[in-house]
Design a binder for this molecule. Structure first.
Ligand SMILES: NC(=O)c1ccc[n+]([C@@H]2O[C@H](COP(=O)([O-])OP(=O)(O)OC[C@H]3O[C@@H](n4cnc5c(N)ncnc54)[C@H](OP(=O)(O)O)[C@@H]3O)[C@@H](O)[C@H]2O)c1
Ligand SMILES: [Mg+2]
Length: 373
């Protein structure tokens, strides 16, 4: 049976009416949930550690900010929006001592619960609302009257109202506009890690770099290579997002189509699928989580080194130069508090929309006929 899709009519914001919602952390997901819920009429407070650089951003955006322990004490629903590998420290120090019977603990990824870095007491609800997109897009789409689809899950239902709370939260952040699906913590965690490692983040970034290197090593100009393997990727992915892979093929030339179906499978071949299977196995067995937690606990040297290597890749230099000639491509190279990005762009671009979100998404435009090849 196909999964049920929950929309606005299935969720009731009144469920949150007499509740205080605490968002712990004001990063990518935290700021987006907090702002969207506030604009939807919920009572939202923020919990942060004393020296957080995001305190000032949260206050600028109109929130009351408390130390994490204080926010947990005041709240009925607590969203732990801190990095997954830090969640257990935050939980042990500030959340657990203030988590009394009847409260709800909310996550937007199941990592801490599935890999048991957090084990909540049985008298609280444990739920998940996981938007299937980055936090800044969760905020942007909400202000545009749209919504990033989300997954909900219930790990503990002490109040017997856990699912209603998850649906209300999902509505508050705009996700029921896009569609909400029910899953389990385990399914969300394993598929999320698999997707980001092998296709979305790990897969696509290394596919781009390999394509760029192949062209540049063969003597082509780096600018050509950048356009071919990176810039145009968004245009193709937009078409796939709007109408599927076959729908995208409607818009490309016959030559591009033939190259797609005849050469593509030689690049992404059975050996790739085999390695994808191996990555999935390490996710399911907990090996990936164990190694990532160990990397975090031992000072993150390898993590920093690999990120630095990525920043130094020649594609970043040529990309920065080419993007600077296209002012309509938003610059989001802000370093520092993640919510600073939204406060600077919202202040200029969409103050009204943010305060009063449109009730309905604008009608979808048909896919434009982009040409490739
Ligand atoms: N990024 C995404 O779009 C995305 C998508 C789906 C799900 N998720 C999930 O959402 C959760 C949060 O991830 P994220 O990427 O949004 O995190 P993030 O952008 O790295 O932000 C983490 C926030 O937690 C704060 N923080 C760190 N230690 C803290 C402490 N001890 N007490 C209180 N706050 C603390 C940070 O403070 P500072 O601001 O001072 O650094 C920051 O505001 C994770 O479970 C993640 O898997 C994320
Ligand atoms: Mg993830």
């Amino acid at each position: 049976m196909p999964a049920k899709i929950y929309t606005d009519k299935d969720a009731d914001l009144a469920v949150l009416k007499d509740k205080t919602c605490a968002v712990i952390g004001f990063g990518s997901q935290g700021h987006a949930h907090a702002l969207n819920l506030k604009d939807s009429g919920a009572k939202v407070i923020i919990g942060l550690y004393p020296k957080s650089k995001s305190r000032i951003e949260a206050e600028k955006l109109g929130f009351k900010v408390y130390d994490t322990a204080e926010a947990v004490k005041k709240a009925d629903v607590i969203f732990l929006a801190v990095p997954d590998v830090r969640a257990s420290e935050v939980y042990a120090k500030d959340v657990a001592p203030n988590l009394s019977k009847g409260k709800t603990l909310l996550f937007s990824h199941g990592f801490a619960i599935v890999y048991k870095t957090i084990v909540p007491p049985s008298d609280v609800d444990v739920i998940m609302v996981a938007p299937k997109g980055p936090g800044h897009i969760v905020r942007r789409q909400y202000t545009e009257g749209k919504g990033v689809p989300a997954l909900i899950a219930v790990a503990q239902d002490a109040s017997k109202k856990a699912k209603k709370i998850a649906l209300a939260w999902a509505k508050g952040i705009g996700s029921t506009r896009g569609g909400v699906f029910e899953t389990s913590f385990q399914e969300e965690t394993e598929t999320d890690l698999f997707g980001e490692q092998t296709v979305l983040c790990g897969g696509v970034s290394h596919l781009i770099q390999a394509g760029f290197e192949t062209l540049v090593e063969a003597g082509y100009q780096p600018e050509m290579a950048y356009f071919e393997v990176l810039h145009e990727l968004k245009l193709i992915v937009d078409l796939i997002n709007e109408s599927g892979i076959s729908g995208m093929r409607f818009s490309i030339s016959e030559t591009a189509k033939w190259g797609d179906v005849s050469v593509g499978p030689k690049i992404i071949d059975a050996s790739v699928k085999k390695r994808m299977g191996a990555a999935l196995k390490e996710i399911k067995s907990g090996k990936f989580a164990k190694e990532w937690l160990a990397e975090h606990q031992t000072g993150r040297a390898k993590y920093s080194e690999l990120l630095k290597k990525g920043e130094e890749h020649p594609i970043e230099k040529v990309g920065a130069r080419l993007r600077s000639t296209m002012p309509w491509i938003q610059k989001s190279n802000i370093k520092g508090a993640k919510a600073a990005y939204i406060s600077t762009t919202e202040g200029k671009a969409a103050p009204k929309a943010a305060a009063k979100p449109a009730a309905k998404a604008p009608a979808r435009k048909p896919a434009s006929k982009a040409k490739k090849g």
